[in-house]
Design a binder for this molecule. Structure first.
Ligand code: ADP
Ligand code: MG
Length: 610
């Protein structure tokens, strides 16, 4: 079903309700809302079928509120929900939609709560009662709940109530409420018993069924992340950082408020992001889109309506931060990427209760959506370090550094510390605005995706699943051991075992810098830079710490190694200089570079003789 209505204003709702919706940030009615609200406002019975997450609550709550007589503090509407959680959730939704209706009272009633409290609350009076069938039945039998003024009865998630064995209670309630009532039945599916209830108790119901047409989405890689353990925002920033071919993204959320909030949060994290929503006038929207086109903006956070028709070829990613109402909306959303013959990426955040919607989308688009394993903190740190390193290398190669080099040298000398420590301090300062390490911790590994819990194998164990199929998104990470993700791992492993201090015959007088020494040793002797310990520069010579037990071939190689054309003549350092540097107590030897930190790509240090 498609609907021409794209504004709540067109539905005939009262001003206080429209204001409340504006406050919450709902921009347009979802399809089920656009269809059901007018029908319910007109007083018809209704049979509404739409998937979870499509906005069914507001579809019945808004027209109910519209018709409530605040002066009559008697239940005028009753909503039956399968669970206590849903009863509370629906009551909260009523409360928020009734924000501008002073004196309005909604009461959730469910099993497990003391009768004493409920009796008190019932005595105080409520305009709308939301409850689970068993407890509502109890109160009706005890005559502690009087439904004489009831105008509307809503059965929310009817199929779920059936599944949980409440159908008899529901029928009993239907029989014990005024036959003049309006009845609305909402369900994600329409199994036979529900249809039967509808036939028996609804009067000439209008039927609304939100179903999506199939659609094709070619050249787009689709993945989903099941929301668990981490906040969506954290998940989002991790994904943004490690996605390989990231250029620009459109992030979809449900509310105007969320576009602004998320834009602000991303900006605060250093992204160039902006909101795009229906509150902005045409000119502002166009400016935002132009900025996205020209690269002035990388991320736009949009609602469905605002993003309609956007055609920006550099959008490499569409992120469904909030799941869309239906597969059709999903197809529209992800159609914003993969344009002009490029490949696009679509990532969907799915709450456990939205897994069914995910399956529908897969069915409708006839494309699998593969689970995405979230990058670990280590992945993100590696990426940030790699990027930082690139900038350092560029600066080394392209910039005039003499002045800075002198300052660094002065600091090292005055403080009697090695260049590495000075560099570390500078690095720490340089990354303050965008720290290289992530805060927080990784969520515990999720044992299995939710679909497994929905389809437990016959023996109650989880089936062994093949490794997640997210290779396309993050190719080389699959073979990392899970342990890498844990916090326990120090940011850099210290060189194992003892270190021996060697002396070499090059020093400051030769114009040598620490990086030359590291470069020479790493390149000539093939010692990974992370195994190179502390280096101290003196005028005519220097010392360097290397792992004990160096093979003869290696030490022979190093004896012949040259730095700046000078043979270094590496030998164990026997002199313990008085005025020399002291090893800081208890400190692990300091190292340069190192693959633990900088990934596999070796820093392109200049060859010693260049
Ligand atoms: P359902 O009952 O169909 O599972 P809900 O009523 O629980 O769906 O709504 C799912 C989510 O969508 C809720 O967070 C709700 O606030 C949000 N929502 C509902 N209608 C709108 C709308 N018109 N615009 C934006 N968000 C909406
Ligand atoms: Mg619902």
């Amino acid at each position: 079903m498609t609907s021409p209505i794209d504004s709540f204003d067109q539905l005939g709702l009262s001003a206080p309700i429209l204001e409340a919706l504006a406050g919450i940030g709902y921009e347009t009615p979802s399809p089920i809302q656009a269809h059901c609200i007018p029908i319910l406002l007109e007083g018809h019975d209704l049979l509404g079928q739409a998937q979870t997450g499509t906005g069914k609550t507001a579809a019945f709550a808004l027209p109910l509120l519209n018709r409530i007589d605040i002066k009559t503090a008697k239940p005028q509407a009753l909503v039956l929900t399968p669970t206590r959680e849903l009863a509370i959730q629906v009551a909260e939704a009523f409360q928020s939609y009734a924000h501008n209706m002073p004196g309005f009272h909604v009461l959730p009633i469910y099993g497990g709560q003391s009768y004493g409290i409920q009796l008190k609350q019932l005595a105080r009076g409520a305009h709308i009662v939301v409850g689970t069938p068993g407890r509502i039945m109890d109160h009706l039998e005890r005559k502690t709940l009087n439904l004489d003024s009831l105008q509307t009865l809503v059965l929310d998630e009817a199929d779920e109530m059936l599944r949980m064995g409440f159908i008899d209670d529901v029928e009993w309630i239907l029989e014990h409420t005024p036959s003049t009532r309006q009845t609305a039945l909402f369900s994600a599916t329409m199994p036979e018993p529900i249809r039967r209830v509808a036939q028996a108790y609804l009067r000439e119901p209008r039927e609304v069924k939100i179903k999506s047409a199939t659609a094709t989405v070619a050249a787009i890689r689709q993945a989903y992340w099941q929301v668990s353990g981490l906040h969506k925002l954290d998940a989002l920033t991790r994904i943004l950082e490690v996605e390989e071919d990231f250029d620009a993204a459109i992030i979809f959320v449900r509310t105007k408020t969320a576009t602004v909030e998320l834009a602000e949060k991303l900006e605060a994290r250093g992204y160039s992001a902006a909101a795009l929503n229906g509150d902005m006038n045409q000119q502002m929207r166009e400016r935002t889109i132009d900025q996205l086109k020209s690269g002035g903006l990388d991320i736009v956070i949009a609602t469905d309506v605002a993003a309609r028709g956007i055609d920006v070829p550099r959008v490499s990613h569409v992120i469904n931060y909030d799941i869309p109402y239906d597969a059709e909306a999903y197809v529209h959303r992800i159609g914003r990427t993969g344009r002009a013959g490029r490949t696009g990426n679509a990532i969907l955040f799915v709450a456990p209760r939205e897994m069914r919607m995910l399956r529908t989308i897969e069915r409708v688009t006839r494309q699998p959506i593969t689970p995405l394993t979230l990058p670990s903190r280590q992945d993100v740190a590696n990426r940030r370090v790699a990027q930082f390193k690139l900038r350092v290398i560029e600066t080394l190669e392209a910039e005039e550094l003499d002045f800075f080099s002198d300052v660094v040298g002065e600091i090292a000398e005055e403080q009697n510390v090695g260049m590495q420590e000075v560099a570390a301090a500078l690095l720490r300062m340089a990354q303050e605005n965008r720290p290289l390490q992530m805060e927080g911790s990784d969520p515990l590994p999720r044992p299995a995706p939710a679909e497994d819990t929905r389809r437990p194998s016959r023996f109650g164990e989880r089936e062994a699943r093949p490794q997640r199929e997210d290779r396309e998104f993050r190719p080389q990470r699959e073979d990392r051991p899970r342990r890498d993700d844990s916090e326990a791992r120090p940011s850099r492993p210290a060189p194992a075992g003892d270190m021996i201090r060697y002396r070499i015959d090059v020093g400051r007088d030769h114009g040598v810098q620490v990086k030359d020494i590291v470069g020479a040793i790493a390149n000539e002797a093939g010692i990974e830079s992370r195994f190179i310990g502390r280096i101290a520069l003196y005028d005519e010579s220097s010392t360097v710490e290397l792992p004990a037990g160096m093979p003869n071939e290696v030490s022979n190689l190093l004896k012949r190694t040259r730095v700046r054309g000078v043979p270094i003549n590496l030998r164990p350092d026997s002199e313990q200089r008085e005025g020399g540097w002291k090893k800081p107590e208890g400190a692990a030897p300091r190292k340069f570079g190192g693959e633990g930190k900088f990934g596999d790509s070796k820093p392109r240090r200049r060859k010693p003789n260049e």
